[in-house]
Design a binder for this molecule. Structure first.
Ligand SMILES: Nc1ncnc2c1ncn2[C@@H]1O[C@H](COP(=O)(O)OP(=O)(O)OP(=O)(O)O)[C@@H](O)[C@H]1O
Ligand SMILES: [Mg+2]
Length: 301
């Protein structure tokens, strides 16, 4: 694809001695200027995908192209255009925040110093302490500031907002949006579904090394057409016979469920039970994720 920044084709990674592949024939592409949310439960294969994108590990089969170059053989050249935020970092404990930023900028081959200063202010980061004395969130800020200030064409982030407080998590989202505004492409692996929902143009959901779903949020929402919430004067009606429902939850007089397909049957059952309140809305990404995950687990069982 002409405009594609990342192209994964039939990508499989079998770690030596592992019982099953960490990635299983994954095909996926990310277009220039997009933010892709990369989701999946623990052990799904997200970090493995990122290591392959960075050319840190070798695929068992399949291909990884970044900017139309081979991620493995052209890694050195590609890394000038990529900034990476790892899920787990070990920094040099005796350097200060500022020294660490200089060091990381040099490794990358330079950064935008003015933007770095802005980021230090926006993240309310004190660069004058030794790394070993920073809290978890403040260590994460070093990595974020270092990566964002490169203004690299591709940002690859593995759980970037972990450890940030809500105010800083918002600052982070603002900066990611600004990066997209700049034309940068962002690969965002995250467990923060609200963050993904707010930021991402498209979403890929991985489970057991396989792509479960891929598309824009609106496209994914069609998989689970609508979420219904209703309260009754007594016990909610029995809806267990309705095949179109997933994620059915009953708490006292309250019922919530996802409807996949026509809502007619559910309305008929509910109308008889005379609801006190009724609300139908688009499902959140969290509801979609849980519903897809539940479906996948049922199939695997
Ligand atoms: N170096 C390794 N050697 C063997 N198996 C590995 C190795 N690294 C990862 N795995 C396995 O590969 C699978 C995918 O792991 P990966 O770290 O990619 O998951 P993840 O989606 O990033 O999970 P999390 O959300 O917990 O970070 C897991 O089953 C994991 O145990
Ligand atoms: Mg991971």
């Amino acid at each position: 694809m002409a405009n594609s920044v990342i192209t994964l084709h039939g990508l499989t990674k079998q770690y030596t001695g592992a019982p099953r592949p960490a990635l299983d024939r994954l095909t996926l592409s990310v277009d220039a200027g997009q933010i892709l949310g990369y989701l999946g439960p623990n052990g799904a294969g997200k970090t493995t995908t990122i290591r392959l994108l960075l050319g840190l590990i070798r695929p068992s089969s399949g291909q990884v192209f970044v900017f139309e170059k081979d991620a493995l053989t052209d890694a050195a050249q590609l890394h000038r255009d990529i900034a990476y935020i790892p899920g787990e970092t070990s920094l040099w404990p005796n350097l200060t925040g500022a020294e660490t930023l200089r060091f990381l900028a040099n490794i990358h081959g330079g950064n935008d110093r003015t933007y770095e200063k802005d980021l230090i202010k926006r993240f309310e980061f004190n660069p004058n302490m030794r790394v070993r004395t920073y809290s978890k969130g403040n260590r994460q800020k070093i990595i974020l500031i270092a990566a964002l200030s490169t203004r690299a064409k591709l940002l690859i982030m593995d759980e970037p907002s972990s450890g940030l407080d809500p105010v800083m998590a918002k600052t982070f989202r603002d900066e990611v949006r600004a990066a997209r505004g700049n034309g940068q492409t962002i690969f965002l692996s995250s467990h923060m579904l609200e963050e993904v929902e707010e930021l991402c143009d498209c979403v890929a959901i991985l489970n057991n090394g396989k792509l479960v779903e891929q598309g824009t949020l609106d496209e994914l929402r069609h998989l689970s057409a609508v979420t219904v919430e209703a309260t009754f004067t007594g016990k909610p009606p029995d809806v267990s016979h309705l095949k179109s429902l997933t994620n059915v939850e009953v708490h006292g007089q309250f019922l919530r469920c996802n409807v996949n397909g026509s809502i007619d049957e559910l309305l008929a059952v509910m109308a008889k039970a005379k609801p006190r309140s009724f609300l139908s809305r688009k499902p959140t990404l969290e509801e979609l994720f849980l519903s897809l995950y539940e479906h996948d687990r049922k199939q695997a069982a």
